[in-house]
Design a protein around this ligand. Structure first.
Ligand SMILES: Nc1nc2c(ncn2[C@@H]2O[C@H](COP(=O)(O)OP(=O)(O)O)[C@@H](O)[C@H]2O)c(=O)[nH]1
Ligand SMILES: [Mg+2]
Length: 295
């Protein structure tokens, strides 16, 4: 009965050539068996060559930023959610303080100084925080990871050095899970001037690539000082420089006011985290992936 399974039907062109124009009914059982064995050998050789190609496959060298956007896998089918953030900006704007506020900790050194305090990148993470967000009616435990970075410009490190350090830290910490949001930290009590803005935007663009605007939100620290000067958020936005207005517009109005003196208070922190989560949701939970330079 197996003879029927060994018919010429389904043989490849070269096998048909071997069998010539003879029909299956003209072949002897031993001829059919030979054809079948050849076919199996050819099939096996193809499989082996495919698997050896797969084993030897290496990604082609490509730039730092892979430019791939993936839906964060950590978000699906779990009651836990992790968001990955990086703080970027000038020295003494309150990046490290903002990192501490978001984590609810004192992980990063933050103090007033006439020279740059942070000289290397470091990653901090919070414990699982409840009461911030829900999914499908269920409470989600939120974990925040923040990468603190040296300021740009820096009092003792060159622009290139800071850029390389941040690039390498992004690749090290967010290679697998990806980055949800870069927080460009600016002081709400100081005007943003065109030159400074140009340098900062260029720096972020070099780090995050052409879609930086989708992955950047502006964090306006020293909100307490703006408030003390009598500015409500609305009045503040009416008075700011056109440079800041156009920056806010280019990042689709993703901005948050932050008073680092107060935001370790649970409720204040929850408000800021909810706003950031909203930005991440607006971007469909996409993440920015990074690769090491050597890969
Ligand atoms: N009043 C006020 N001071 C802040 C705020 N954020 C940061 N600072 C202060 O600004 C100084 C520099 O902060 P730091 O986090 O070290 O800045 P970094 O160099 O950008 O990391 C510190 O003395 C902070 O206490 C804020 O929102 N309000
Ligand atoms: Mg710092």
């Amino acid at each position: 009965m197996n003879v029927f399974l060994l018919s010429t039907h389904g043989l490849r062109d070269n096998e048909r050539r071997i069998s010539g124009n003879i029909s299956s009914s003209d072949l002897t059982l031993s001829q059919l068996l030979t054809l079948h064995q050849r076919r199996r050998a050819a099939h096996q050789a193809t499989r082996e060559s495919r698997s050896s190609r797969a084993a030897n496959w290496r990604p082609k060298p490509c730039p730092w930023i892979r430019g791939l956007w993936l839906k964060a896998s950590t978000m699906a089918g779990s009651n836990k959610m992790t968001i990955n953030l990086v703080v970027l900006g000038r020295t003494q704007t309150g990046k490290s303080a903002a990192g501490n506020s978001l984590l609810g900790s004192d992980d990063f050194e933050s103090r007033l100084s006439p020279s740059s305090v942070t000289t290397f990148c470091s990653l901090g993470h919070s414990c699982h925080i409840s009461g911030i967000t829900r999914r499908n009616g269920c409470e989600l435990a939120l974990r925040v990871r923040v990468l603190d970075t040296p300021g740009f410009p820096h009092s003792s490190l060159s622009k290139e050095r800071v850029r390389e350090m941040v690039r390498s830290a992004l690749a090290q910490h967010f290679r697998e899970e990806g980055l949800h949001l870069a927080l460009l930290v600016l002081r709400a009590d100081l005007p943003l001037c065109p030159d400074e803005n140009e340098h900062t935007v260029q720096f972020i663009q070099e780090l995050l690539g052409p879609t930086w605007k989708d992955f950047t939100a502006v964090l306006l620290t020293h909100a307490d000082k703006a408030k003390e000067a009598g500015f409500s958020e609305e009045a503040y936005l009416h008075s700011v420089s056109s440079t800041l207005l156009s920056l806010l517009s280019s990042v689709q109005h993703k901005y948050v006011f932050l008073d680092n003196q107060k935001s370790k208070i649970k409720e204040e922190r929850a408000i800021v985290l909810r706003k950031l989560l909203n930005f991440i949701r607006q971007n469909n939970y996409q993440v920015l992936l990074f690769k090491h330079n050597k890969e």
